[in-house]
Ligand binder design. Structure first.
Ligand SMILES: *Cc1c(COP(=O)(O)O)cnc(C)c1O
Length: 411
């Protein structure tokens, strides 16, 4: 039983107990935090028909998906496997959108067979879709608004050089395909990037989409993608949802009036819904006093959380075995992978001992889903706290899991 002073804040004591019960490294997700984020988003867009389509690549654990479903959230998938997990988690096909990015047409057909809505991001696939389905299957198109957005280039998707979407200047070609195949385009989609700091980016994107959409008479949905910025540390800026909700809702209502029909507005947040819910808990294996700095070597690394090495992402780190008031020291926190494996550099933390547990925060999004078995290490177990009860939602791996599909050749 998890005891909370603040409904949205798990106590260090509880996290330590989870480590005792399930071992480390361990991913822990706080269902109450996820619910809080869902409600924040819902409340910000109360005045219009808004749907949340959780971008599940951020965290595809089947029980996390089940929780999303329970919270009234729908889902965006990017592969047939994510679609299959979503179906198993209890989503109905109508609640699922498959946003493909340069995938084989077989995959699109596979998802159409399941009655999942398809979002197409290139003219070639749109042509094939027209040839095969004509107007018998509704479809969304992903456009590229040519707007720069996103915390860094690796996570920007809406700019001119990006691989994503059909460039807006190719609208005539889209209209030609509609004419040729009688395509039933029911939605216009865009996703500008991740960690978008400035709400104005969304407002600018909205303008582009509203203008673009006027030439498509069968629309039911406008999908503005995800990419909301979350806080990575105390006082960090995050997307001002209330402000964004007011601005976008007003312009969306205005658009609907002009368009002559009440559409649904969709968002596809990944990070926003799950990032802050997650903790990666790991143990200090070694305190290494180097002449120039002190390192804390953990029993985890880039195999479990690749974001610091891949995107220079910042993750707050807390030593939950020590009180926050104890005397501090400067540390670099590193992983145990045989490769440069920084987790957090130059952090002032309570003086650490070997065996202490560190909590790496904001680990709910793009943590486990990007984890690997590099160095032939096991991936962590996962726990979801829901209604103050801890549920094991992924067992710790064993050597058999790693060897499962390997073939020992009989030379
Ligand atoms: C990754 C992705 C998202 C989610 O991005 P976040 O930054 O996690 O909100 C939304 N839509 C699409 C199409 C994506 O590929």
């Amino acid at each position: 039983m998890i005891v909370r002073e603040d409904r949205y804040c798990i106590q260090n004591q509880d996290l330590l107990e989870l480590c005792q019960n399930y071992g480390t490294p361990l991913y822990v997700y706080d269902g109450a935090k996820i619910e809080e984020k869902v409600n924040t988003l819902k409340n910000a867009f109360k005045g219009i028909k808004m749907k949340i389509k959780y971008a599940c690549k951020a965290n595809t654990n089947i029980s996390v998906l089940k929780l999303m479903n329970k919270l009234g959230v729908e889902i965006d998938v990017v592969s047939p496997q994510e679609m299959a997990i979503a179906l198993k988690a209890g989503f109905s096909p109508e609640q699922i959108t498959y946003t493909s990015s340069g995938v084989s047409f077989d995959e699109i057909e596979e998802c159409v067979t399941e009655n999942v809505l398809i979002n197409i991001d290139n003219l070639s696939s749109l042509e094939k879709f027209g040839q095969k389905y004509g107007n018998s299957v509704p479809v969304l198109i992903r456009i590229r608004p040519n707007i720069e957005g996103g915390g860094n280039l690796k996570i920007s998707t809406g700019h001119k050089e990006s691989k994503f979407g059909i460039a807006i200047e190719q609208k005539p070609a889209i209209l030609d395909l509609i004419k040729k195949y009688d395509l039933n385009i029911v939605g216009i989609h865009q996703h500008t990037g991740s960690d978008i700091k400035d709400g104005k980016t969304f407002v600018n994107v909205a303008k582009v989409i509203f203008e673009f959409a006027m030439d498509f008479p069968n629309l039911k949905y406008l999908d503005f993608g995800g990419g909301f910025k979350v806080a990575y540390k105390e006082g960090d800026i995050e997307t001002d949802m209330k402000d964004l909700g007011e601005k976008i809702s007003a312009s969306f209502s205005e658009f609907c009036q002009k368009y002559g029909k009440d559409l649904e507005l969709w968002f596809e947040p990944g990070k926003f819904l799950v990032s802050e819910s997650g903790y990666l808990l790991a143990q200090v294996n070694v305190v290494k006093e180097n002449p120039t700095k002190t390192l804390l070597g953990l029993n985890t690394g880039l195999n479990h959380l690749i974001r610091p090495m891949m995107y220079d992402a910042f993750h707050d780190v807390v030593n939950i075995s020590k009180s926050a008031e104890s005397s501090k020291k400067m540390y670099d926190v590193v992983g145990y992978i045989c490769e440069t494996d920084d987790i957090a550099k130059e952090r002032e933390l309570p003086e650490a001992s070997e065996g202490d547990i560190l909590a790496i925060k904001n680990a709910g999004a793009y943590g486990f889903t990007m984890a690997s078995n590099y160095n032939a290490r096991f991936r962590p177990a996962e726990v979801l706290i829901y209604e103050n009860k801890a549920h094991l939602i992924r067992k710790r791996e064993t050597l058999q899991d790693i060897l499962n599909n390997q073939v020992l050749v009989d030379f």
